[in-house]
Design a binder for this molecule. Structure first.
Ligand SMILES: C[S@@+](CC[C@H](N)C(=O)[O-])C[C@H]1O[C@@H](n2cnc3c(N)ncnc32)[C@H](O)[C@@H]1O
Length: 210
């Protein structure tokens, strides 16, 4: 089964886009090995007791790290049953469900932080995905989107980079959906952060500490 992405405007048949079967299993192991996501943690700014959702968790590398942040609740959605079983083995205690960015299945205002890494360009409808992420984010919460890029992308990631026009479209869609947006370049990821301002909040996206 393939997926249709807003970037391609047509089907994407890669086993990395919706991992299934043996190829999907191997793709999951490969992603775990190559997509090291610890550099993203400072951008998330997770405080003890917070509720966190990872969208498109894949083989579970980040969701495992999220379990060590002091977050009170770590949840995830991904449409691939193969990724769900791989991630569940690594991230014991996390509430990992089948779902998508466009339809997470969680109640509104559930999360302090929602993160999606290396899947925003695979969503069928960018704006619908962002509306859903906004819906499940609490006032005062934030959404973080990462995609292959940054200051030093790997040889493999260089084939997956988005164009500046595509990155601009993500930024504009975030600005239409959230209150404050910024973009930062990590070593291997281009990262957008967006905030939902709570009543009485002072403006300004919190800076990453790393
Ligand atoms: C390239 S993998 C990235 C996995 C992991 N986040 C990482 O960086 O290693 C893309 C993941 O996004 C998931 N995915 C595909 N379409 C999605 C959608 N519409 N919403 C959420 N996740 C999706 C796939 O099942 C797959 O696990």
């Amino acid at each position: 089964m393939g997926i249709t992405s807003w970037v391609r405007g047509g089907p994407v048949k890669s086993p990395f886009a919706l991992p299934t079967g043996l190829l999907g299993h191997l793709a999951g192991l490969f992603m775990l090995w190559t997509n090291r996501q610890a550099e993203l943690l400072p951008c998330l700014g997770i405080k003890p007791g917070e509720h966190v959702l990872e969208v498109g968790y894949g083989p579970g590398g980040l969701v495992k790290l999220l379990g060590r942040t002091g977050a009170a609740r770590v949840c995830g959605v991904d449409p691939s049953p193969e990724m769900r079983s791989q991630a569940a083995r690594r991230a014991k205690g996390a509430d990992l469900r089948l779902g998508t960015a466009e339809d997470t299945g969680f109640a509104g205002d559930s999360f302090d932080c929602v993160v999606a890494v290396n899947n925003v360009a695979l969503w069928p409808d960018l704006e619908a995905g962002l509306r859903e992420l906004r819906r499940v984010t609490r006032p005062g919460g934030r959404v973080v989107l990462g995609w292959h890029g940054g200051t030093s992308p790997s040889m493999i990631a260089r084939h997956l980079l988005l164009s500046e026009a595509e990155l601009d479209r993500i930024r504009r869609a975030l600005e239409e959906t959230f209150d404050e947006v910024d973009r930062t370049e990590l070593k291997s990821l281009t990262v957008f952060r967006a905030r939902v301002i709570a009543h009485g909040d002072s403006p300004g996206v919190p800076r990453a500490s790393g």
